[in-house]
Design a protein around this ligand. Structure first.
Ligand SMILES: [Cu+2]
Length: 696
């Protein structure tokens, strides 16, 4: 056992050594004020992950690999949308340096996590459950992505990845600073051709669908052209006029071009993001003020598809131009109140979303310049009492949303108002959120916890105000109520042996007024044919499940990791309009088993990821069953002199042909074949890649 204890210490050293070359630290936290650092290394390894050797395509794929309860929805070779414990979209809060950011695309081509890339990231903190009051609308989880801070001295890193199907990334960042001023500047490019599935077909070849009564697909010259090409630059400075004050200013720009979305009927010609953040901290009085602004401009068209042949002169038949803007402030003050480490704050944001849609000769405003204003007041605190750590929080929000009716009245959308489908153009909500978590520490390592929380999130601009008239009308429901999640979480971490650690969480989420898609057939508004309408309804639902993670050390170099997660989702009230009680997009059982070798400079890993079949699907939304699959990934890396890192990896070693359970999209812009089957996008086949980075 002595030797093992030593091994534990050695692997701590390894972790920090790896942290010196490019890597991302990922941590899952359960409770505020939890101090993990000085405790057992297994505990650290159970809670923290080091994303070092991965293809680093996007956050969705990186987090999917480490956490069995995290998934992604695939529509393209990149820009996967995160799913956590069966929750997605606005039900989870994805923040970049504490700032909210939203994609512009009404079809979620650019989910929030798309707007930051691996070389920019220092760490990712994931908090599952309704235990966040600092940020508006963290209904089921909050993911905070922290970007790298500039350090004192001179340094930087240059690196890149090369992989199958011309996947290549290159990046460089440099840092200069003293006690008073520190500056970090970076740039990167990420490029790929379309990947191939396990059956050897290009992902673009699966886009076979029907439009205008004819079969449609990619034009032959785009089957193996670019799949994405993304340039990014970023800048951050920290000014410290004295020991007590830090002023942080950062700016990032991202230009994604030619991003192909074979699951949908359009591709993004460009998606441009500007992000600005400012933080002002006065350490002695625990005061922090943050201000941020970000905007995304998104242009998607069917230029690369055969449908565009109908309008050869302008080069597209369908187009959406969309803009999302976000402005926010947060003021917080830390103090001690009756022994509680307490924080109070005011959190505000203004979100604006606009989208203009052209289909054939029809032009209409799809998202009618919707403004959402939110003001939130919160207080949270935590305290250690004997063996207990108690933490709690409370938040009040006022939320006001409004659309511009004149924009809906323009063009063909007018009929949605004149026929009475859209009646209101604004709504306001007031609500309270809060939680309490108690953790009992048996000793420094073993603990159990129980938490109860209630959170609320307001309907997003699309759910309340989208307006799109056509063959398949899609319209918002301004009367939607905010979704309320009342959840109980129970879990713990135990170390029954010195070299064995286990961590488990169970949750039951009771959802009132869960916002859900509603599709129905009725007479079209402008003729006597049948149309399929898509809108939103509030239902009551429940999502529950568990995840389990374990680590076992064979000796000081070799260890095994296991992860299992399972969730179920049910409509608890079908409101007389739904037939199936299964909720849509609930993940099947997923497990991961990995064996790792790590001696401080040489690192190797074999991992298997298994997904069970998903047959609990929502037939109300025509969700399809997905078969089970099992893939194996291999990784190896070598760190030389703490500066040079070389890694190689093979994902999906056996070139399996398989689909993620989220490979269909509930989206109205999804391609549907002439016999009614939706386009599904398989996962990549065998993917070889190599990473090199050098820290200077
Ligand atoms: Cu789009």
């Amino acid at each position: 056992m002595k030797r093992l204890a030593l091994g534990v210490l050695l692997s701590t050293a390894t972790l920090s050594l790896y942290a010196q070359a490019d890597s991302i630290k990922i941590e899952k936290v359960t409770i505020e004020g939890e101090k993990l650092k000085e405790e057992s290394t297994y505990k650290k390894e159970l809670s923290q992950e080091e994303a070092k050797i991965t293809r680093q395509i996007d956050l969705g794929e990186i987090l999917f690999e480490f956490y069995p309860e995290i998934w992604y929805m695939r529509k393209a070779g990149i820009a996967n949308d995160l799913y956590i414990r069966g929750f997605s979209r606005d039900n989870i809060n994805v923040l970049i340096d504490g700032s909210k950011i939203y994609g512009a695309c009404p079809n979620r081509m650019d989910p929030p996590a798309f707007h930051v890339s691996s070389p920019q990231i220092e760490s990712i903190t994931i908090k599952e459950g309704p235990f966040d009051v600092e940020n508006a609308g963290s209904l089921a989880a909050v993911v905070n992505v922290k970007t790298k801070n500039p350090q004192e001295g001179l340094g930087g890193e240059i690196g890149g990845t090369y992989g199958s199907w011309s996947y290549r990334t290159g990046y460089v960042w440099g840092n200069v600073g003293n006690k008073f001023v520190k500056v970090l500047v970076g740039a990167s490019n990420q490029y790929s051709k379309p990947y191939e599935s396990g059956e050897g077909k290009k992902v673009t070849e699966y886009a076979k669908y029907s439009a205008g009564g004819k079969p449609q697909e990619y034009k032959p010259q785009y089957i193996n052209d670019k799949a994405f090409n993304i340039d990014r630059v970023w800048f951050k400075t920290i000014l410290s006029p004295n020991d007590n004050v830090d002023i942080t200013l950062s700016y990032a720009f991202e230009n994604a071009r030619n991003v192909l979305y074979p699951a949908l009927k359009m591709d993004a010609l460009y998606d441009r993001t500007n992000r600005l953040n400012g933080d002002f901290v006065m350490k002695d009085i625990g005061l922090k003020f943050s201000i941020y602004y970000n905007e995304v401009k998104h242009d998607m068209r069917d230029t690369f598809r055969t449908t565009s042949n109908m309008f050869p002169s302008r080069g597209y038949s369908m187009k959406t131009y969309a803009e999302s803007k976000m402005f926010g402030t947060k003021l917080t003050k830390d103090f001690n109140f009756m022994g509680f480490d307490t924080t109070v704050g005011i959190d505000t944001y203004l979100r604006n979303w606009f989208a203009d849609n052209t289909q054939g000769t029809n032009n209409s405003i799809m998202i009618p310049d919707v403004d959402i204003k939110d003001v939130g007041l919160f207080v949270k605190g935590s305290k250690n009492i004997d063996r207990w750590t108690i933490s709690g929080g409370l938040r009040y929000d006022y939320n006001y949303s409004k659309a511009n009716p004149n924009l809906i009245l323009r063009g063909s959308n007018k009929i949605l108002i004149t026929k009475g489908l859209i009646k209101n153009f604004s709504n306001s909500d007031n609500y309270l959120s809060g939680y309490i978590v108690g953790k009992y520490n048996f000793n420094k390592k073993d603990s159990v916890y129980i938490g109860v929380g209630h959170t609320v999130r307001a309907p997003d601009p699309e759910e309340r105000f989208i307006a799109l008239f056509g063959m398949a009308p899609w319209y918002g429901n301004p009367d939607l109520k905010p979704t309320k999640n009342t959840e109980i979480d129970v879990g713990g971490e135990v170390f029954p042996l010195n070299n064995l650690g286990l961590k488990a969480n169970f949750f039951y989420s009771n959802l009132n007024d869960y916002i859900y898609l509603y599709q129905y057939k009725a007479k079209c508004l402008n003729n006597s044919n049948d149309c399929t309408y898509t809108t939103y309804r509030n239902i009551d639902a429940a999502i529950y499940g568990f995840d389990l993670n374990g680590i076992y050390a064979f000796n000081d170099k070799v260890s095994a990791e296991i992860g299992i997660a399972y969730q179920e989702g049910k409509k608890t009230s079908k409101k007389g309009i739904y037939k199936d009680s299964d909720l849509v997009e609930i993940p099947p059982l997923k497990t991961r088993l990995a064996v790792k070798y790590d001696d401080g400079s040489l690192y190797a890993l074999v991992e298997g990821i298994y997904s069970a079949k998903q047959s609990k699907v929502d037939s109300d939304l025509k969700e399809q069953e997905t078969g089970s699959w099992f893939i194996v990934n291999l990784k190896a890396g070598y760190t030389y002199n703490k500066r040079l890192f070389v890694g190689v990896g093979v994902d999906n070693v056996f070139d399996k042909f398989y689909y993620n359970y989220l490979s269909y999209v509930r989206d109205p812009f999804r391609g549907i074949s002439q016999n009614g089957t939706p386009v599904k996008i398989p996962e990549p086949g065998r993917f070889l890649y190599a990473n090199v980075s050098y820290r200077f």
